[in-house]
Design a protein around this ligand. Structure first.
Ligand SMILES: [Zn+2]
Ligand SMILES: [Zn+2]
Ligand SMILES: [Zn+2]
Length: 238
């Protein structure tokens, strides 16, 4: 590492006889040696500084990677939770629809009930009787009620079909792999999050990279893709 050799000794702390002086360094030589040591020391500290910086950036990279992983896991869990919620909602709606259908059946049974037939027969027998009008009103109101229930059932069925379709679409959309416009990698939307994508927003320029000296860099950070996979972190964009 040291580029010079020491061929003479430093003068001892005593009066040196004249004929011995050639064994020892002159003041100028001692000065030169000292300057040389200083330069070596400076180089060493520059190298140490570089190592420190590299170490620091590796540590940051590691921290980012683990943050990113954690975020991805959280995100996936949250989206799965949402899907589950939608599915539960659908189950509830289905149950409500079943109840409604049961009520509808009940109403149909009521109207065809023997009691009603008897009433109608009675009404027929006493056709001049004013209770026939009352009966007819009842029948009409029951029929209207049935119509309402049918309409309600139909609209609920339609709504359920729409929700079902939405769930299927959402699921398909969340799991269909897409290519990211920014980093060009393939990603699955359900796993996408704010730290999933690192990319260079700038353009490729043919100048030396500030990191490694490669003959092209991205003009956003003046580094090549080898030195930095991206100077900006975001979510993937398709
Ligand atoms: Zn960049
Ligand atoms: Zn580089
Ligand atoms: Zn991306």
């Amino acid at each position: 590492m040291f580029s010079f050799s020491i061929s003479k000794f430093l003068k001892p702390d005593r009066v040196v006889p004249h004929d011995e002086e050639t064994y020892y360094m002159t003041e100028a030589e001692a000065k030169e040696l000292s300057v040389g040591f200083n330069q070596q020391l400076k180089q060493c500290s520059v190298q140490i500084e570089e190592f420190n910086n590299r170490n620091q950036s590796l540590k940051e990279k590691l921290l980012q990677t683990s943050k990113r992983n954690k975020k991805m896991q959280e995100n996936t869990a949250q989206k799965e939770e949402e899907l589950k919620h939608m599915e539960n909602d659908l189950i509830n709606r289905k149950q409500y629809l079943e109840q409604l259908e049961a009520r509808l059946n009940q109403s149909s049974q009521d109207i065809t009930n023997e009691n009603w037939k008897e009433d109608i027969e009675q009404a027929k027998i006493s056709i001049e009787n004013s209770s026939y009008d009352r009966l007819r009103t009842n029948i009409f109101s029951l029929l209207n009620h049935l119509k309402d229930l049918e309409a309600q059932k139909l609209s609920l069925q339609t709504e359920n079909e729409i929700i079902n379709k939405k769930i299927t679409e959402t699921k398909e959309k969340e799991y269909r792999p897409l290519e990211c416009k920014n980093c060009k990698s393939i990603f699955i939307p359900i796993q996408n999050h704010d730290m999933a994508c690192s990319y260079h927003p700038g353009k490729l320029k043919y100048y030396s990279c500030r990191g490694c000296g490669e003959d092209a860099y991205m003009n956003c950070c003046l580094k090549c893709k080898k030195c930095s996979e991206g100077c900006k972190i975001s979510h993937h964009v398709a």
